[in-house]
Design a protein around this ligand. Structure first.
Ligand code: CA
Length: 240
């Protein structure tokens, strides 16, 4: 492993108790953790220091989390952002991803889930730094079944409208991410980062091209997909 240094995180959250609770749990995992209580403070800290991850609450006084994320990306700062969104506001997810967030958890969140997402995002940075050294795969069931179809992640085979075929590596990896996060919005940026190692690549057409192929395989109608839905301006949602 090239980077043995401790990952450096910043939590941006105005609720003191929640921020301190999170800090405690993240420090226990061996991370260095700073807390900012508003967006302004977070942007100053991010300008001065180098962080591996921002945990960014959407609801903040003055500047909200969307504005913080937008400003960060405007500065060409691509520090991974994990957004904390409110369950009562489903549009937060889509809007957060549009602002350039890398991932999200919904409040009230499950601590284990949040820690797992933090780990995935940090590993991604690490493997980008280490240039192509891929992390171990997420735990996914070896076989995904949905509708009349299935995908077998160990043999790379899939039952499609064209019968049983072998999927390409990219098609396989996109399906694997869908299997990990059914019914959730997955942004093109997330797919680029995970499947193509290109988190900041401006060209998202490669993603859309793979989706075209997957829809041909698994959808009766590309215009009214049952499983692979488009989320306008963001990416896709897989419905098993
Ligand atoms: Ca808050």
């Amino acid at each position: 492993m090239a980077s043995e240094r401790q990952p450096n995180l910043i939590i941006v959250e105005d609720e003191e108790a929640l921020a301190q609770g999170l800090r405690f749990n993240l420090e226990r995992k061996g991370y260095l953790v700073e807390v900012a209580t508003d967006g302004e403070q977070a942007l100053v800290a991010l300008e001065k220091g180098r962080f591996d991850l921002v945990i960014l609450d959407v609801r903040l006084p003055e500047m909200d989390g969307f504005e913080v994320c937008t400003e960060l990306r405007r500065r060409n700062d691509f520090t991974p952002v994990l957004m904390l969104t409110a369950r009562s506001q489903p549009d937060d997810v889509v809007f957060g991803l549009r602002c350039g967030a890398d991932d999200y958890v919904v409040k009230p969140f499950d601590l284990a889930e949040l820690l797992a997402r933090v780990e995935v995002l940090l590993r991604r940075t690490q493997w980008t730094e280490e240039n192509g050294n891929r992390p171990s795969q997420e735990i996914v069931p070896p076989r995904l079944e949905f509708g009349d179809y299935w995908v077998d992640f160990s043999s790379w085979q899939a039952k499609t409208r064209q019968g049983v075929v072998e999927l390409s590596q990219k098609e396989m990896e996109v399906m694997r991410i869908f299997a990990e996060r059914p019914n959730e919005v997955i942004s093109r940026r997330q797919l680029l980062a995970r499947v193509w190692d290109l988190p900041n690549h401006p060209n998202t057409r490669v993603v859309d091209n793979v989706i075209v192929v997957l829809r041909k395989a698994f959808e009766e109608s590309a215009w009214r997909p049952r499983h692979i839905h488009s989320v306008r301006g963001v990416g896709y949602r897989f419905v098993p």
